[in-house]
Ligand binder design. Structure first.
Ligand SMILES: [Fe+2]
Length: 436
């Protein structure tokens, strides 16, 4: 009998995006002192956005035309995009530097200078922008501000625009499970378990399908450890669902789509995707994995630019998509979205990686920009996570650890055992953080 030669490789990836000597710069949204904004609405100024309904062709991203006019244009005027559209001051969190008169207590989800596309805005007072929006459960509105980013004054507010089916299930991300023959599917929606039951319909491509139920997680503002995540950066993360697809046949192509069964009996569906199941462990096979850290997210419309912050993430994402064919898994080993406490950016990130994460397992580890916050249990004590203290990262992505907050786990995949460690918690001998 032919002897199977199996090579067990123990690869220890000392992960967690080893604490960097310096941060990657500020999150662009943090450059706006939104809580100091004053209301100076001017009847002669306006902002209008069209179309008012986005994604009518079923797409989860769409373009909006924002047209505006100001009687006193200035080169530091800017347009802010807000979501939900009603961004008044009534929900100011206690920790926000909040004093009368009412100020804005929610950061925009993106911003751009008013003269970005029309340099003659300074003389004419008229200009427009084309901005890309993504489906993230709520509606949107647009504000025209004067006074730059530090002494902003809200001059005009637009009509609201909204995606068709804004709460629809979006941005599925695969992850390997605790057993070699298990794949997990995690996605985001606006439907809690009081409204609908989440599930995945799946099976070997062109064969019978079955349905597996999903668990649902979310987190509240009080789960954040500090500002801005707890104050101006807070945005409701929606509901995060995870289903476990078990007893997969090895090396097979599977088709899946996520869904929600409303208690009325109606079904809401996500899009259909495919993935390849893992090979049998130890069986002679070739693996190709991509391992990287510190990617972040950026805007294709040129907004949110600040010191070229993370713009390269678009190039990296494009390159990852080009290399997807033949790739078994992706390991993004920390510093995931660089939301840094501006929660809207987690939707942006999961939308950006959708072509990758919906097709191959997207395994994450913890980085300083995901986890570090003083007195929150992190080993380091900087402000790098912007108050997130790891909660969004560990909720938005599944990892096969007993305790997902700890990010220590191992995966047997084909010829490899991948061991993922975490240097954001105390990893020293005798500390319980080093077990799963
Ligand atoms: Fe980094």
């Amino acid at each position: 009998m032919r002897k199977l030669v199996t090579v067990l490789m123990n690869i220890v990836l000392l992960i967690g995006a080893i604490q960097e000597g310096k941060s990657h710069g500020d999150q662009p949204l943090s450059t706006i002192a939104i809580h100091k904004t004053l209301f100076e609405l001017n009847e002669e100024a306006y902002v209008k956005a069209s179309p008012t309904v986005l994604g009518t062709d079923g797409r989860h991203s769409d373009w909006v035309l924002v047209e505006y006019s100001s009687p006193h244009p200035s080169e530091d005027d800017w347009i802010g995009v807000f979501s939900p559209a009603d961004f008044n001051a009534s929900s100011c969190a206690a920790e926000t530097d909040y004093i009368d008169p009412p100020r804005l207590c929610s950061a925009p989800i993106k911003f751009q200078y008013a003269n970005y596309s029309n340099p003659d805005y300074i003389s004419t007072g008229n200009a427009s922008l084309k901005l890309q929006l993504i489906k993230q459960r709520a509606d949107f509105s647009f504000g025209l501000f004067s006074g730059g980013f530090f002494n902003s004054k809200l001059v005009a507010i637009s009509n609201r625009v909204v995606f068709q089916n804004p709460k629809a299930p979006v941005y599925p991300r695969l992850a390997l499970g605790r057993e070699w023959d298990e794949m997990t599917v995690t996605w985001t929606s606006g439907y809690g378990i009081d409204f609908a039951e989440p599930f995945v319909e799946w099976g070997i491509t062109k064969e019978d399908r079955k349905r597996s139920p999903a668990g649902t997680l979310t987190f509240g503002r009080n789960s954040m450890c500090g500002p801005p995540a707890r104050t101006v950066g807070w945005r409701d993360p929606g509901y995060i669902h995870t289903a476990f697809l078990k007893e997969l046949w090895p090396n097979s192509k599977y088709t899946y789509k996520v869904g929600h069964r409303l208690y009325s009996g109606a079904l809401l569906w996500g899009k259909e995707y495919e993935f390849n199941s893992p090979p049998f462990p130890g069986q002679d096979s070739l693996q190709q994995v991509m391992i990287f850290g510190s990617m972040g997210t950026a805007e294709v419309d040129g907004s949110n630019e600040y010191k070229d912050f993370q713009h390269a993430s678009l190039n990296t994402t494009r390159q990852l998509i080009r290399l997807l064919q033949g790739t078994d898994a992706v390991f993004h080993i920390g510093d995931i979205s660089y939301a840094n406490g501006y929660l809207s950016q987690w939707d942006k990130f999961t939308a950006q990686i959708e072509p990758i994460a919906s097709t191959v397992p997207y395994m994450i580890a913890s980085g300083n920009h995901d986890r570090v916050w003083p007195n929150s249990g992190s080993f380091y004590h900087g402000l790098d996570s912007g108050g997130e203290c790891g909660v969004p990262a560990q909720t938005m992505f599944y990892v096969p650890a007993q305790n997902r907050a700890k990010f220590w786990y191992l995966i047997d995949y084909g010829m490899f055992r991948f061991c993922v460690a975490n240097t954001e918690l105390d990893w020293r001998e005798g500390k319980s953080n080093t077990t799963s």
